[in-house]
Design a protein around this ligand. Structure first.
Ligand SMILES: Cc1cc2nc3c(=O)[nH]c(=O)nc-3n(C[C@H](O)[C@H](O)[C@H](O)COP(=O)(O)OP(=O)(O)OC[C@H]3O[C@@H](n4cnc5c(N)ncnc54)[C@H](O)[C@@H]3O)c2cc1C
Length: 407
């Protein structure tokens, strides 16, 4: 039997796409490797644009209140002590703030949403390969894992939603090495002894790396650390747990953050990913699509992964539906998705690359940070661009760059 749509990976991108397609009456199977949710390297801090995308998916405000902790601002702190706050368009009222997400609740909830919409969610099934049989014929999908019924499935349309090491992208020959190949990401949660009230997230720039700390629901903070090549020997010598503890201990208390969480109880294992980035030469082809991180992911610094996962699912749902309904040929459906993704994210990709270029040159980053700290206009624009709240082209506009960088 041939499935209409097989979605490989049940993270936010795969679950959201399955929900949209199943609600439209499509036959969808989600193949998810993990038999049950487990904490893995991933992000929690995200802009109000993600909250809006979760609402569009059908999450009610009372549900969002349990999985998303309001965060008034992201405070960026440089090694030389410059600090600036990005408020992501919130005016201090917390009417539409950035949030720290509880992924341990959100991810299973999104998969449940997909099941309720009618998708067949199969956990504990790892996809080992995806092989196009012939033009216009179904894909053969290789399976393994405790819940794999057989060794293969046939699917008319395949979607890779399987994250930064996408097996689907590799099988289809479009995966490329990450741009910043030597980066390692480590992440975990600590209990927050003072969990009440709103508190800024913090992004401390290190030499050749950075550490982000974001308050999340259930009285915890999430720590995410990204380290470049020069940290490799320390990582090997000390081990991940010791190294992250040392980095976290060195984060200073501030006037509004006594940082008592630094010595909080460890809530889960320190998990890692290396290299963190992922690139593809194409995001879609005849009868196949890549969504979320599988379609490319640069670096967690600009904090856009979860938002992009949800928006790419919306765009792919439209393209796949057009294909299955016969409104578009396989080639046109693939092109429609590519075009939609490019229109939505190309400028943001350039902004993210620009930010990476500054991060890679500490003196330049300090220079820009000093200006952002004292120039409210460019700072506000920067927050809105980083949060996907205005067109990212604004972040590339020469007038914005001049206002930001002029001495
Ligand atoms: C350290 C770190 C920090 C980050 N910080 C942020 C942040 O602050 N803000 C932000 O927005 N984003 C951040 N991100 C990115 C964010 O986590 C991702 O963009 C988001 O999780 C993407 O969702 P996804 O559904 O595409 O992929 P994932 O969440 O990775 O889900 C992929 C799913 O596919 C499954 N899978 C993988 N391979 C297979 C296979 N072969 N067969 C079957 N199933 C498979 C996995 O088990 C997983 O469930 C960060 C990422 C990292 C690594």
């Amino acid at each position: 039997m041939t499935i209409d749509v097989a979605i490989v990976g049940g993270g936010p991108a795969g679950a959201a796409l399955a929900t949209y397609l199943a609600r439209g009456g499509r036959e969808v199977v989600v193949l998810e490797r993990a038999p049950e949710y487990r904490w893995r390297a991933g992000g929690v801090f995200t802009s109000p644009a993600t909250v809006a995308a979760l609402r569009r998916l059908g999450l009610a405000d009372d549900v969002l209140g349990t999985i998303a902790r309001p965060v008034p601002a992201m405070r960026v702190e440089t090694p030389r002590g410059v600090t600036f706050r990005l408020t992501y368009g919130d005016d201090g009222s917390l009417a539409a703030p950035a949030v720290g997400l509880d992924r341990a609740i959100l991810d299973p909830m999104l998969l449940e949403l997909a099941s309720e919409a009618g998708a067949d969610v199969r956990r504990g099934v790892t996809v080992t390969r995806v092989v196009p049989t012939a033009a216009g014929r179904p894909f053969e999908i290789g399976l393994s894992g405790p819940a794999a019924d057989g060794r293969t499935e046939l699917a008319r349309v395949v979607v890779g939603a399987d994250g930064i090491r996408s097996q689907v992208a590799q099988s289809l020959g479009v995966a490329r090495p990450a741009r910043f190949i030597a980066r390692t990401a480590l992440t975990y949660h600590l209990a927050d002894p003072a969990p009440d009230g709103p508190r800024d997230a913090r992004m401390r720039i290190l030499q050749d790396g950075y550490v982000g700390v974001a308050p999340v629901p259930r009285g915890r903070v999430n720590v995410g650390i990204v380290l470049g090549r020069t940290w490799r020997s320390a990582l090997h010598a000390e081990g991940a747990a010791e190294l992250v503890a040392r980095i976290v201990r060195a984060i200073p208390a501030t006037r509004d953050d006594p940082a008592t969480w630094r010595t909080g109880e460890l809530c889960d294992a320190v998990v890692g990913a290396a290299p963190v980035g992922h690139r593809v030469t194409r995001r879609a082809g005849p009868d196949w699509f890549l969504v979320g991180d599988a379609a490319g992911f640069l670096d967690p610094f600009t904090g856009e992964g979860i938002h992009r996962a949800l928006v790419s699912a919306e765009l792919a749902a439209d393209a796949v539906d057009g294909l299955l309904a016969g409104r578009r040929s396989a080639a046109r459906a693939a092109q429609a998705y590519e075009d939609a993704m490019r229109a939505r994210f190309r400028a943001k990709d350039w902004v993210s690359l620009l930010v990476q270029a500054f991060l890679g040159r500490p003196a330049l980053f300090e220079y820009a940070a000093r200006r952002l700290a004292v120039r409210p206009g460019p700072r506000e624009t920067m927050g809105l661009v980083m949060g996907d709240l205005i067109r990212a082209e604004r972040g590339l506009d020469p007038r914005f760059l001049a206002a930001l960088l002029a001495p």
